[in-house]
Design a protein around this ligand. Sequence first.
Ligand code: PEP
Length: 250
Amino acid sequence: MQIRLIAGNWKMNGTSDSLREITPVIEATMEFHSAVLICTPFTLIDRAITHVRGSRVTIGAQDCHPEAKGPHTGDVSAQMLAEIGATHVITGHSERRQHHRETNALVRDKATSALDAGLVPIVCVGETQRDRDAGKALDIVSGQVRESLPDVPQSGSVVVAYEPVWAIGTGRTPSLGDIAEMHAHIRRLLVEKFPGSRGGRQTPILYGGSVTANNAAEIFSAANVDGGLVGGASLRARDFLPICRILEQA
Ligand code: PEP
């Protein structure tokens, strides 16, 4: 059965007080079949893991260094994240591709180090508004999928998130047809990259970009949408929980 995942990305938001936003999510998702993940800032990961212990909710990170250790001031490795109990790490989020000039090759190295450490990488791909206007959205995403994903023969432990850059934090979303077209395209690329029965066919593909309780039901109804990566609406339980429930019922 296909894994369905709802992942919150808190970005650079949250202090100790914010952990209380996770409590209602823990309580409401105890019987869920879908996986529920919250990627907090590095500073909260350890405490968040203690907070969710014994529940369905797991905690992930938003980035990692491609190497396991060494002279990289300010960086955190996948191995360090795994050691404290994180389960996933986002790699290649468009904010890192844009603001930190991360290339597909670097994203792939980070994702590979995550797999080596026993974490599930959530590899983000997505076109800019300019790419879409120029009719290049499918091509750009093809390159990102081919070059940013690790070369693992079995892809069950990799997640892909399609996040059109122009939809992140803007309140704008693609049409359902555009989402379905891109997810079908990514599915074909994944099957090509990871053939075999437990390969690309099983790799969860999340949609991300201005998901809210108002549009989640429609978005999650599209073929090949196996869940969501949620930024702004993941910060408060009152916004995030309805989205988790919608995925569970989809
Ligand atoms: C994100 O940053 O991954 C994201 C999808 O943000 P938002 O939901 O706020 O658009």
